[in-house]
Design a protein around this ligand. Structure first.
Ligand SMILES: *Cc1c(COP(=O)(O)O)cnc(C)c1O
Length: 375
């Protein structure tokens, strides 16, 4: 193929530029401003349930949102934080920014997310742990009832990294609403994008206000610049917030397209020794990335498929390499309940397939044909 088939790239619709134009017309290019306010309000309405809306704070990245969540959760130097092991490093880095010590928790096979049994064991081994950092990988909700039950029994604060999972639901409730704090990302490859950006979700206005304060260099109320705490420059620009407002109108449409991509893979690959990334019946993923897992019985290696796809000008990507396998975290503990790490096994047999919503059916069929040719 001449045109590269990609994993997941931005899809614009035209409304985005109208909000951006308004920012230019009103010369409101600085951070903060009407598009930031509008984006926060519209996103919070999108997420609201039973008349309850989360408090939303638009920030420069999902990582910034996670960092402020870690600060709100009160993580201090030396504190243990129990973290999803199989994830993007952005989930975990903010814990370290605050001097916290990540202890990783292995995945289960039904959603590829944090295993509640391993989390329980982690609390037994680290009874001082008071914060849990949970990711919904690839837009698939974790086993929330069990995770929340374990957190409650140990009086722990749950931070939900829903960066990949905007619009996914578990028992009808949207990802980002389960934790005491939630973080979303609008990075270029996510289901909707602002070019770069993130959103922090809190349950109280006071916590949102505190995070806002930190995100604007912790400037005290005084005519001069007065500082009593260390701050950050984490606000979202009013220009890119406009992109987000336009994108939000198409979020459900993006989700539907992602879902049809997933099921086309599932149906087309059903005769091969592979399965698709699994999810619970009580949840509706946003199908951000379609991933396949090669059966243990097969001798085909994921890097073979990766290379063949690449030769055919098709982008694919290995599964997130577990944090406990990363050199930077070689001294951090990782808790498992199976004989060997479930996530190491998933990493060794999995592959993310192109899930770009602009991919045509013909292009996807071509990618499928290349995958089939590897078996
Ligand atoms: C993208 C992502 C983030 C970070 O978001 P940025 O906006 O890129 O900083 C955090 N966690 C996970 C799981 C992600 O996929």
């Amino acid at each position: 193929m001449e045109k590269r088939i990609q994993l997941s790239t931005p899809t614009m619709h035209g409304e985005e530029i109208e909000y951006v134009n308004e920012a230019f017309a009103r010369n409101w290019i600085a951070p903060l401003g009407f598009n930031c306010d509008g984006f926060e309000k519209e996103l919070s309405e999108y997420l609201s349930e039973d008349g309850q809306s989360p408090h939303a704070l638009a920030l420069s990245s999902g990582t910034a949102a996670l960092h402020l969540a870690v600060k709100l959760a009160g993580v201090k130097r030396g504190d243990i934080v129990l973290c999803s092991d199989m994830t993007f490093s952005a989930t975990v880095n903010p814990v370290v920014y605050e001097g916290g010590v990540p202890v990783f928790v292995d995945s289960e096979r039904e959603t590829w997310n944090m295993d509640p049994r391993a989390l329980e064991k982690a609390f037994e081994l680290y009874p001082s742990a008071k914060v849990v950092m949970l990711v919904h990988l690839y837009g698939t909700p974790a086993k929330m009832d069990e995770i929340i039950d374990v957190c409650n029994r140990h009086n722990a604060v749950l931070i939900e990294d829903a960066a990949e999972a905007l619009s996914a639901t578990y028992k009808g409730k949207k990802a980002g609403l389960f934790g005491k704090y939630g973080a979303l990302s609008f990075n270029g490859n996510k289901i909707i994008t602002t070019s770069g950006g993130g959103m922090l979700l809190t349950r109280t206005a006071a916590e949102r206000d505190k995070a806002f304060f930190w995100s604007t260099q912790s400037r005290e109320k005084a005519p001069w610049y007065q500082h009593e705490e260390i701050g950050y420059n984490y606000r979202m620009s009013n220009v890119v917030a406009g992109i987000g407002r336009g994108q939000l109108k198409h979020l459900d449409e993006h989700r539907a397209l992602k879902e049809s991509i997933y099921f086309r893979y599932k149906n087309s690959l059903k005769d091969l020794p592979v399965t698709m990334n699994p999810y619970l019946d009580c949840s509706k993923p946003n199908f951000w990335l379609s991933c396949m897992l090669i059966d243990k019985s097969s001798r085909v290696e994921f890097m073979n498929i990766y290379n063949k796809l690449n030769d055919a000008n098709i982008e694919s990507r290995p599964i997130w390499k577990p944090m406990h396998m990363q050199p930077v975290f070689k001294n951090n503990d990782c808790i498992k309940v199976e004989k060997s790490f479930v996530d190491e096994d998933i990493f060794s047999r999995g592959l993310c397939l192109p899930s770009d919503i602009k991919m045509t059916e013909e292009e996807q069929s071509y990618a499928i044909q290349v995958v089939k040719s590897c078996f």
